[in-house]
Design a protein around this ligand. Structure first.
Ligand code: FES
Length: 191
């Protein structure tokens, strides 16, 4: 199921994001993620597949098994070569997110706007700060979640809330929610 391209590519990926994603996160990625490309890539020569073009990357999808994520837990994956955060919210965190006056937000979105219907507890966002693209903290146990119990970007001090919405600091927008859907029970397909 997992397609990590061997130890060499795993090491390369680790080096590529070593300042933002710790090695053990990539171990999680190896265990929980698969990446695929759309049918169009079938016709693309092998050489091109080894060094995917921008078009192929743009069409790529990532499947993430979310079935084992317990309330209050998060995992990291990778989507189109960028960190992806997947968090299972607790009932208290859902209530906290829904208690916010949305009109007061810099980038007004409800939790429902940012999740799939019937799955408000599953928050899927890019792990990329919308200021200058650093990887925020908060998806690993014990990390600084900022002042709003979500994510904290240490580069310039952006605080995101429990729903990944920008609440303080220079970031202009909420953490992006990629397109995704349930591919099967417990597995989402991102992209
Ligand atoms: S890159 Fe995150 S606050 Fe600047």
């Amino acid at each position: 199921m997992a397609d990590m391209g061997g130890a060499a590519s795993a090491n390369s990926a680790t080096e590529m994001l070593e300042d933002g994603v710790r090695r053990r996160d990539w171990i999680h990625i190896a265990a929980l993620s698969t990446a695929g490309v759309g049918a169009a890539s079938v016709l693309i020569p092998l050489v091109s597949q080894m060094a995917p073009s921008a078009d192929v990357l743009a069409e790529s999808t990532t499947d993430v098994d979310v079935s084992a994520i317990q309330p209050g837990q998060s995992i990291r994956s990778v989507f189109r070569r960028q960190p992806l955060f997947v968090k299972r919210l607790t009932a208290a965190e859902i209530a906290e997110a829904n208690a916010v006056n949305v009109s007061s937000l810099r980038d007004p979105e409800t939790l429902a706007d940012r999740t799939l219907p019937g799955n408000e507890d599953l928050l899927v966002t890019m792990g990329v700060c919308t200021h200058f693209g650093c990887v925020p903290l908060g998806s690993n146990e014990g990390e600084n979640k900022g002042d709003f119990n979500g994510y904290f970007c240490p580069c310039h001090g952006s605080h995101y809330d429990v729903a990944g919405r920008i609440r303080r600091g220079p970031a202009p927008l909420n953490l992006a929610v990629p397109n995704y859907e349930f591919k099967s029970e417990g597995v989402i397909r991102v992209g």
